[in-house]
Design a protein around this ligand. Structure first.
Ligand code: ATR
Length: 251
């Protein structure tokens, strides 16, 4: 759909790499004329490590979801997950410039979104995680005093945006979070998506968040950012998200 919206013809297919054979699968892909690819779990760290060059988001996450090989054979790594989140938050009406943001979770998904949120101008980015030390590592690695690892006792009194990056929604559970964080929250965002609103979205709505959004738009936006890296063109995204939502209803 992206290619069609830009009038480009391209082939985008799935490649299943063996767990111990990512590097070989990638070499085969380049040898067959591949120019770029997305990389998913569990190969994102390896993709980053193999690259000759990387953007700052990939560097901070130490993981890449997008690779591009230029004419000279240089392998470039990018992480578009964070920019996908920021683009979708903005598309869904969030004002990030000057906002106080609470990020729940400190795993791979959280790491990838810190830099783009800072670049979007957030005033404060507080990270609350079940294991505090992991949040502290992300805060330290960011080298930016707007990023602070917090506990339930040291939370700010209000946040405009609350983002759930934990994998709790995948298990149908909630990360521990005081209900007070939703009182002045304009957008509660769950990076996870499914056919129904997640437990986190329901909880946020119940406790005062104005809007609740799932991560399907982030999926589309991170893919759009990758498409732009490969082609230099900005694809249409709204119809793609709509199409995927309709597809989920029928599947
Ligand atoms: P991902 O790469 O998808 O972020 P991950 O690196 O395994 O996955 O990280 C999962 C995150 O969700 C972690 O922050 C984890 O908390 P811990 O660091 O304490 O393990 C968090 N998480 C997973 N299940 C959770 C739950 N039931 N309650 C709260 N946090 C949870």
């Amino acid at each position: 759909m992206f290619a069609k919206s830009c009038g480009i013809e391209l082939e985008y297919t799935k490649i299943l790499a063996p767990v111990d054979g990512f590097e070989q699968s990638l070499s085969n892909f380049w040898a067959e004329g591949g120019v770029g690819c997305n990389v998913t779990l569990p190969f994102k760290e390896q993709a980053y490590a193999l690259a000759n060059e990387c953007n700052s988001a990939a560097k901070l996450a130490k993981a890449a979801n997008t690779l591009k090989r230029d004419e000279s054979g240089t392998l470039q790594a990018f992480n578009t997950d964070g920019i996908g989140l920021v683009s979708d938050l903005i598309a869904k009406g969030a004002k990030l410039d000057g906002a106080s943001v609470l990020l729940l979770g400190a795993g791979g998904a959280a790491k990838g979104v810190v830099q783009p949120l800072l670049e979007a101008g957030v005033k404060a980015l507080h990270i609350l995680n079940r294991t505090l030390s992991k949040a502290q590592v992300i805060a330290k690695d960011s080298d930016n005093d707007r990023v602070v690892a917090v506990t339930t006792e040291s939370l700010a009194s209000s946040y405009e945006v609350v983002i759930n990056s934990t994998s709790a929604s995948l298990q149908g559970t909630l990360p521990e979070v005081p209900v007070s964080v939703f009182k002045h929250c304009t957008i509660a965002y769950d990076m996870v998506y499914g056919s129904e609103p997640t437990v986190f979205m329901g909880f946020a709505r119940e406790h005062g968040a104005t809007a609740q959004v799932d991560g399907l738009g982030m999926l589309v936006q991170q893919a759009a950012a990758a498409f732009t890296i490969w082609t230099g063109q900005q694809p249409e995204t709204h119809d793609v998200e709509h199409y995927l939502r309709e597809l989920k209803k029928t599947s």
